[in-house]
Ligand binder design. Structure first.
Ligand code: 4AD
Ligand code: MG
Length: 456
């Protein structure tokens, strides 16, 4: 028994020479019985593909074969042999053990459930082909994020999840409190931190402290927004990657953003696990062509003012007619990237009144050094800017935004002591995942999505 090698289905299916005496552990996807033997498809999540097991009647454990139904957990020992079917190998079983049965009430009996139904069984949906592929891809993409920054000597900073500052200034924050909302309210003095505390909407301000010490840094962590928008692109809890670079201007910021997206897209294109192919077949037929196009094209850079002019001159009937000074809506973003330029676009220099206090004021006094990266199928995937490094201008912006200067004295200190030009951006990790998989709803790339009135 000791010579039996435990392997994953992935290892077994991709090995070069037949492995003798292996053991796999997984869940039954399907079983077909004939008189003298049974076929079992076993999946253990290590790959999209399941392994076919051939079990002859009479081997140890076969007496419980009828209970090895879809969803049951099993251990199979046996020998890899060449398969006459599509796969290179199949497993000729020598011993079967049933670990856990899955009675008829198992909700994933048949294939082809709708994403809506699967959202009602979040705890089981990773067992489907689609969600297995999505969450393996999520893990691979997270590794690719770290690879990109590691290869450029960026330092990963763990910025806090509980914070006292509203980075985006939009007031869309969840409160963190130990007070009972039904009995006590209002007096933060008595609360856990002795002041009001929130879940972070962005690690940027803290990342700036570290950039102004360590040079190039990035954050990668959970982010929370209490915006009441029930769309397919907004979640209340999502993950964001925020690089912050000292001695960097808007152009340098755009260069890193473009390289970063291309690195992630190229990682996806190079995927040989079968997951990318699966998305191309069953989720979005145009996926590979679109990603290849993004990988090869130079991102168009277009000022906000030019973008407004382009849309005003176009014959399109927008729901919100474009006017200088307004924030771009998804319909505008998608027009620019999908219809007009047909390539990713970086829109920069937005009106200062629609952007947060920390962005650097341009010489025109009207616009700030903001930049948003827009991609086909999604719209905004990245938002960033060069930061205001001049103390007096920053303080003016903060006053205009109604911020309490004392609360942010640590932030303004960065400008008081050795200030430097610096810039950064935030990439929404789930928007990226939607982009590289073709999945249309943000709820389907989050393991346990949280959206307004939904925290299952
Ligand atoms: O444009 P945003 O709000 O920018 C910031 O938070 C800056 N502090 C980033 C920085 O400069 N360091 O958000 C950045 C990105 C968006 O482009 C989008 O991809 C994603 O975060 N995002 C969301 N993703 C899912 N659900 C939401 N509710 C999101 N809000 C923003
Ligand atoms: Mg934004």
């Amino acid at each position: 028994m000791s010579s039996i090698k435990r392997t994953t289905v992935k290892e077994a299916l991709t090995c070069e020479v037949a492995m003798e005496q292996i053991e796999i552990q997984g869940w039954v996807r399907t079983r077909r019985d004939s008189k003298a033997f049974a076929f079992l498809e076993i999946n253990d999540g290590s790959s999209l593909a399941s392994i076919q097991v051939v079990a002859d009647a009479g081997i140890p454990g076969y007496e419980r074969i009828k209970e090895m139904s879809t969803g049951a957990s099993v251990v199979v020992q046996g020998q890899l042999v060449e398969s006459p079917g599509k796969q290179k190998w199949e497993l000729q079983a020598q011993r079967l053990s049933l670990l856990g049965v899955a009675p008829d009430s198992y909700p994933l009996q048949k294939k082809g459930h709708s994403p809506e139904f699967l959202r009602s069984i979040l705890h089981l949906r990773p067992r489907t082909n689609l969600f297995g592929a999505i969450f393996r891809t999520r893990s691979r993409m997270a590794a690719a994020v770290h690879d990109f920054f590691n290869s450029r000597d960026f330092i990963w900073v763990h910025t806090p999840i509980i914070t006292g500052s509203d980075c985006e200034g939009a007031g869309e924050m969840f409160h963190v409190t130990t007070m009972d909302p039904l009995k006590e309210h209002g007096d933060y003095e008595k609360d856990f931190f002795g002041k009001s505390a929130q879940l972070t909407v962005s690690g940027q301000l803290e990342a700036e402290c570290f950039a102004c010490a360590l040079g190039n840094v990035y954050t990668f962590g959970p982010t929370f927004r209490a915006e009441n928008s029930n769309t397919t692109r907004h979640a209340s809890e999502f993950w964001m990657i925020e690089p912050e670079m000292a001695f960097c201007n808007l152009e340098g910021d755009m260069d890193v953003a473009e390289d970063f997206i291309k690195h992630l897209v190229n990682t996806m294109l190079a995927d040989e696990s079968g997951d990318m192919e699966f998305f191309g077949k069953f989720v979005d037929k145009g996926l590979r062509a679109r990603l290849e196009h993004v990988s090869q094209s130079r991102f168009i850079r277009c000022s906000y003012t030019e973008a407004i002019e382009i849309m005003q001159k176009s014959a399109v009937n927008f729901e919100y007619p474009p006017i200088w000074g307004m924030d771009l809506q998804t319909e505008h973003e998608r027009f620019l990237t999908e219809k007009h330029f047909k390539t990713p676009v970086i829109v920069y220099n937005y009106p200062k009144d629609i952007k947060p206090f920390y962005m650097r004021l341009n010489d025109d006094g009207k616009t700030v050094t903001a930049m948003d990266v827009l991609v086909p199928g999604i719209g905004e995937i990245i938002g960033g800017s060069q930061r205001e490094e001049r103390l007096d201008v920053l303080e003016d912006n903060m006053r205009c935004s109604g911020l309490n200067m004392e609360d942010y004295s640590w932030y303004t200190d960065l400008r008081r002591f050795g200030t430097v030009p610096h810039a950064g951006f935030g990439l929404g990790f789930e928007r990226l995942l939607m982009f590289v998989t073709g999945v249309q709803n943000i709820r389907d790339v989050l393991p346990f999505p949280r959206t307004p009135r939904n925290c299952g």
